[in-house]
Each structure stands twice: as structure tokens, then as C-alpha cells.
Design a binder for this molecule. Structure first.
Ligand SMILES: [Zn+2]
Length: 424
């Protein structure tokens, strides 16, 4: 692996850049799939193996590794005894057949940022106002154990611990049962945070399209999430007269299509999808009697989201009538446009500007652990470009140059956060 002038940010030491890229290549081998992605669902063998590797890396650099009661993994660097921590990181679990960068990039960037700052402080003998912690949040993806962002939700008190530990995967294994044998179920609540930073790939293509290297995340999109059950009647898929059918899958399909049409009415502002569909009995030669689906609406504008929700409600009785099924709709989650602390955005802006990287404000459409953290402490969220916006896909890719630029800016942000510039 060689770095030329094009890939090497001017302000990052080439030895540090090489070390980061080498570690990233090593970690991408955990749960690697044949198409260049990863499969590391929470507490799976690949996730466990990778956590052990991260523990080794953190300890090698003098950090003390600690786990809290929901299995969040922390690497602590105590520089100012008794002071709270700058908590920096993301998640290393993945969706099934996912990409190498989502979450994992942010954890490794946090680790390398803190390694560099630790070396600098050792040289100067300075003592920062705050201590430093790398975090690998447990189960951010929520694919094996629902809901997503579980570790950071428990850490921030937004989800009760016992409720999270009792969540079962589709095989009936609970979070507690999955974590207990790994040694990752710790005793305490983890380090006390004074502030937080996270870097993540954009998972969209606004930065790439604009030729911008660093996204300064100002807010998260609003969202409404629904659990929909479509009730029909089981019957023979060949013999039943068409007019007599009450096909739950047909009703669900109409809702899937309607969700897309809804998004098309508000281009660029509203994203909608059905990501999960459970069909019963899901058998050949049987008309489905019941379908349960998860429908998400995500929106950059709260007024548009309210209008979209109203249009959705109005469509439900039409689908029921057309297809002769019954729909029950339950809103499972809802949140508004949620801003990050503007002081954090300004801090990140000044770091990116001083280092000379093209930067701009951006909103996050996807959920991130930092969205939980910003409810409790000042939090800075950064993005680097995703090539063609590809994410939750084995083809997910970020150029080395951009990954290193992100590491450089994150390091600058954490250095300033450590000085106590922005704290709860
Ligand atoms: Zn992620």
C-alpha cells in the first residue's frame, strides 16, 4: 500500500495514515463476505472476534478496556483523574451482507485520533481538561436485535437496561444470553461523558456530488415509523375464485407501492420504504392470510411529514376496500427534526477550515448513536463521502483520501473537545 500526494492529506503524517489503512484492512476481514462486504450482526461470532481484536489494539496503545452493562465497549485514556470523558466512536456491528465502512470506520477513526492525541500529550506533557474514550456501541444496526441504536439508547437512559437485555433475536436468543458467554457484559454504566464526537460515512451522495470532503452534520431528519398488519384470509392460490380472495400480500404490496408514490410527491424531502415483510404462511399454493410489515417515512421538513402521514392515513381505507383486507397500523417510533448543538457545528467548521478541507453543512437521514448522545451532552457529528451513496450494501466504499481526511478532522475536533471547550 503506497500513498501518493493525491491520497495523503497534507496535515496527516504518512506513517499514521498507513497505520490507519492497515488496521482498517485487518478489521474488514472480520465477517468478510465473498463480494467484498461484511456480515457482523450484533454478538455474532464475527462481531465478537472483531471486538476482541479491537480490545487488543486499544490495550496496545495504553487504553484501558471496559464494558458496560449492555455490552458497549470503551477504551479509556485517563489523563486527568476524576474528570469526565470525551466519548468518541461509532459501532462495529453490521447489517447482514453489508459494507465495510458503516460504523466500523468511525470506531477505528476514533481510536487512531485518540492514539495521536495521546502521543502529542506525552510529548508536550500537557494535561487536558477531559479524559478520552473510544466507544464501540453495541447493536447499532438492530438487524438481529430490534431496535437499532440499542447500546447508546441504554447508555443515555433512553431505553431501560432490562428491556434491552430481554430482546430476543428470531431464534429466541436474548441479548443477555448472546452477550453473557462473551465476557462483554460489564458491571457499570461506562465512563461519564462530558461531550461526544462521531464520524460516519454519509450513506448518501450529497458530499460526492458537491465535491465536498467533510460534512458538518447540523440535524437529523424527522421520521415516522409504523408497524402494519394486513389481515386477509388463507385460501388455495389456484382454486379460489379471484373475486372471493382476501389476499393479505396483495394489500401489503399496494401499501409498498403507495409508500413509493408518496415519496415521489415530495422529491428530495421525503424518503419512504418498507424494509421488512413477514408473510404468513408464506407457502406455495397458499394465498397469504397475514402480512406484517415495517414502514418508514423520513423527512427533512416536519410540515411535509405531517402531510405525508395524513395522505397515508387516507389511503388505508382505500386499500382495505380494493383488496378486501383489514389493515391495522401502529406508529412505533416518531421524532422531529433534531438539531446538533450549533457550537459543535462551528467547532467542526473551524477545524475543517484550518486544515484546508472542503466542508459544508449536511443533515443526516440515517439514525446514528450520536443522535442519542446529543440528547445528553454536546455532540459533534461528521460525515465523509460514500462513493455513489452506496450503503447497507457490500459495495459500500469511501476513498482512502476521504477516510484519512475525516480522521484528520476528527482528531482536530477531539483535541479541542479534550480542552473542555464544549462540555455538559
Ligand atoms: Zn452506521
Amino acid at each position: 500500500m503506497t500513498l501518493d500526494e493525491k491520497t495523503q492529506p497534507a496535515t496527516l503524517d504518512p506513517v499514521r495514515a498507513q497505520a490507519f489503512l492497515a488496521d482498517f484492512a485487518t478489521m474488514s476481514a472480520f465477517g468478510a463476505t465473498i463480494h467484498g462486504g461484511v456480515d457482523r450482526q450484533a454478538a455474532s461470532p464475527a462481531d465478537i472476534e472483531q471486538r476482541r481484536w479491537l480490545q487488543g489494539l486499544l490495550e496496545q496503545h495504553g487504553l484501558r478496556v471496559q464494558y458496560d452493562r449492555i455490552g458497549n465497549q470503551f477504551g479509556l485514556l485517563e489523563l486527568n483523574p476524576g474528570a469526565p470523558y470525551v466519548v468518541v466512536g461509532s459501532h462495529m456491528d453490521s447489517q447482514p451482507t453489508a459494507g465495510r465502512y458503516d460504523g466500523a470506520y468511525g470506531v477505528l477513526a476514533a481510536a487512531h485520533a485518540i492514539f495521536r492525541i495521546a502521543d502529542e500529550l506525552r510529548e508536550t506533557g500537557e494535561q487536558p481538561a477531559l479524559n478520552l474514550a473510544v466507544v464501540n456501541w453495541f447493536n447499532e444496526e438492530g438487524s438481529r436485535f430490534v431496535p437499532s441504536m440499542m447500546g447508546s439508547s441504554v447508555y443515555t437512559g433512553l431505553m431501560p437496561l432490562e428491556e434491552a437485555l430481554a430482546v430476543e433475536d428470531p431464534a429466541g436468543i436474548s441479548v443477555r444470553e448472546a452477550l453473557e458467554p462473551t465476557g462483554f457484559l460489564g458491571e457499570g454504566d461506562g465512563p461519564v461523558a462530558a461531550c461526544c464526537a462521531e464520524i460516519h460515512i454519509e450513506q448518501g451522495r450529497l458530499l460526492e456530488d458537491a465535491g465536498t470532503t467533510i460534512g458538518l452534520v447540523t440535524a437529523s431528519w424527522a421520521a415516522s415509523k409504523y408497524v402494519v398488519t394486513v389481515e386477509g384470509e388463507q385460501s388455495h392460490s389456484g382454486a379460489t375464485v379471484m373475486a372471493d380472495r382476501r389476499d393479505a400480500l396483495l394489500g401489503a404490496s399496494q401499501l409498498v407501492v403507495f409508500a413509493r408514490e408518496l415519496a415521489d410527491r415530495f422529491p428530495g424531502v421525503l424518503h419512504t420504504a418498507v424494509g421488512k415483510l413477514d408473510v404468513y404462511p408464506n407457502s406455495p399454493v397458499v394465498v397469504a392470510s397475514r402480512v406484517r410489515l415495517l414502514l418508514d417515512l423520513r423527512c427533512a421538513d416536519e410540515a411535509v411529514l405531517a402531510e405525508a402521514n395524513a395522505l397515508l392515513q387516507a389511503e388505508l381505507p382505500r386499500i382495505e376496500e380494493r383488496v378486501n383486507v383489514a389493515l391495522s397500523v401502529e406508529k412505533s417510533h416518531e421524532w422531529g427534526i433534531n438539531p446538533y448543538q450549533p457550537e459543535g457545528v462551528e467547532l467542526a467548521r473551524s477545524v475543517a477550515a484550518r486544515l484546508g478541507y472542503a466542508h459544508d453543512e449536511i443533515k443526516t437521514v440515517a439514525g446514528h448513536d450520536s443522535i442519542n448522545m446529543k440528547e445528553r451532552v454536546p455532540t459533534v457529528m461528521l460525515f465523509v463521502p460514500s462513493v455513489q451513496g452506496v450503503s447497507h450494501n457490500e459495495g459500500e466504499y469511501t476513498e482512502d483520501r476521504d477516510a484519512l481526511a475525516g480522521l484528520d478532522v476528527l482528531t482536530g475536533v477531539v483535541r479541542r473537545l479534550a480542552s473542555g471547550e464544549l462540555r455538559a
